[in-house]
Ligand binder design. Sequence first.
Ligand code: KG4
Ligand code: ZN
Length: 336
Amino acid sequence: MRILGIETSCDDTGVAVYDAAKGLLAHMLSSQCDVHAQFGGVVPELASRDHICKITPLVQQTLQAAACSYADLDAVAYTAGPGLVGALLVGAAFARSLAWSIQLPAIAIHHLEAHLLAPLLEDSALVFPYLALLVSGGHTMLVVVNKAGDYRVLGETLDDAAGEAFDKTAKLLGLPYPGGPALAALAKQGRPDRYQFPCPMTDRPGLSFSFSGLKTAVLNAWQRSEQSQQVRADIACAFQQAVVKTLMIKCRRALTQTGLGRLVVAGGVGANQALRAALTALGHDAGVAVFFPRPEFCTDNGAMVAYAGYCQFKQGHGESLAIRVNARWRLGDQLS
Ligand code: KG4
Ligand code: ZN
């Protein structure tokens, strides 16, 4: 069984082919970093247009790299939400039209479900159930993954997502787009004890997150400082520490609450090395196995969509011919 996966929810065009017996055959990504860099953030209309230009050649190249043709495929999976509606529509229209023309089922995938299942792509030691920390540009969530299609959200952010906080903080420190990785790189040169920012919502029970206050604390510190390159690095370091510590405390709490022995880190911020180090240490302390997808499978990619499509297809899921997306699709809801 072979599934073509297509991801176009935001600013990356991702395509992959997943084979039930052999695993991932090929995956390719076309990043739009250069398109949006001059604007300091993603411009939705430009994202849609770039997906249109890239999707056909990328699908052809990925099939070639996987050494297979359309005739070898069994289904086409695509991200149907949440995300930028124009970008989603490009992937949905392409995937559904392709599936229709070669008479295959098309499978609408929830973007967060794809992130949650991504660690299973390669790690055969990981089995259900597990606790997932999903930290991306649009979401910050703790989720119990009982099995593919069965998710229980324990807590999520009340305002900014962790990745969004990284991106906005990077911007106010004058760092280039994309902010998250730039801030993480700068934090390595920072002195860890120069600044201390609060760890939001860790002093009260519960598993909700809030990161918007942290951004304000950074802004105040930066405006009161002499604004040198060293101070910029010191603030980046302290900001990253506060986010990482907050995520770590909430993960520990969720592990205790659920009694689960496996923790998975998914989503773009999962590529952050300081977070990986902190959660690895937590795993040692708590006697919990911690799993990280490769950084390229933490950020948006087609492989996770192909894999989620495979999980859905196994369970007999396919769709009618209508091209549907939902920019605000909630995890666990039916696509509407
Ligand atoms: O999962 P993802 O690729 O897209 C969404 O679904 O949102 O996550 C993108 C987010 C961005 O906010 C980006 O700045 C952040 O992940 N990110 C990082 C790092 N790499 C990506 N944040 C901190 N450290 C990183 N190394
Ligand atoms: Zn994502």
